[in-house]
Design a binder for this molecule. Structure first.
Ligand code: URA
Length: 262
């Protein structure tokens, strides 16, 4: 999706207005409403840019994502994350178990409305047994905070729970070995929205070969949840110019969480 220059179309953040004559005839009250709307939009933007300045986020414009069919009803929640973790045990279901230090099961609110799913643990995650605790994780924390949430309020997991050697991408059979456990985690948490972080997460969850550039910012369905792919934080660290699109995706997710979009 081509991005516009920041100031090219500020109407994207302004309320809709009628023709010149009609808007002049507006009452004082509605002019006041318009003003507070604009101030609120400006305030929100400044807060977001302020929170991300140190990470190199830049100004961007609003982009409406294409809509998809409503997600089917979520399956009944019938097991806990603890039970799933116990069932996983000291997993040796795929070759990733041979080189891992720690299984990175997932972390966060067991009743989260928003779940992030990344690719797989890196070096620091493998060491600590927690997802997204390295450099990419720090950016993910900022992204979560940018939509007024905390890491503790969301749930974070990966498509594979063991670190692929040398940070290579997980192989399809490794993803499939791990998938039943991830699916059970999703069914247990039953989030409103899943955010797939990056190409590997999105294409494995959606079983597609479309690129992340085409997938991001769109609403899909996975196990009765809405799923929105966006760029992986590690990719954003290497390509800071893409943060503007990530912010668009996060605003879409926020609207979905608020029920303002379906
Ligand atoms: N990258 C991922 O995809 N997952 C992690 O947990 C850390 C980095």
């Amino acid at each position: 999706m081509p991005s516009k220059e920041p100031d090219a179309d500020d109407s994207a953040v302004l309320p809709e207005r009628g023709a010149g004559g009609a808007s002049r005839a507006k009452s004082e009250a509605s002019t006041k409403d318009d003003r507070s709307f604009v101030f609120e939009q400006i305030r929100e933007r400044l807060l977001f840019y302020g929170s991300l300045t140190s990470l190199g986020f830049s100004r961007e414009t609003e982009v409406e994502a294409p809509k998809q069919k409503p997600a089917p009803a979520a399956p009944a929640r019938n097991e806990t994350l603890e039970e799933i973790r116990a069932d996983l045990g000291e997993c040796t279901r795929c070759r990733l178990s041979e080189k891992r230090t720690t299984i990175v099961f997932g972390v966060g609110n067991p009743k989260a409305e928003l779940m992030f799913i990344g690719e797989g643990p890196g070096h620091e995650e493998d060491r600590q047994g927690l997802p997204f605790v390295g450099a990419a994780g720090q950016l993910l924390t900022k992204i979560i905070q940018a939509i007024d949430l905390t890491r503790e309020q969301v749930y974070i997991a990966n498509v594979v729970k063991c670190r692929p050697p040398n940070n290579r991408e997980p192989e399809p059979d490794e993803v499939e070995a791990c998938r039943p456990f991830l699916d059970r985690q999703i069914d247990a948490v039953r989030p409103k929205v899943i955010c797939a972080l990056g190409r590997v997460s999105a294409l494995n969850l959606l079983r597609t070969d479309e690129g992340i550039t085409r997938l991001r910012g769109r609403i899909f369905s996975y196990r009765g949840c809405k799923l929105v792919p966006t760029y992986h934080p590690a990719f954003l660290l290497r390509n800071p110019g893409k943060k503007r699109e990530c912010w668009d995706d996060m605003k879409l997710i926020r609207r979905l969480l608020q029920g303002a979009e379906s």
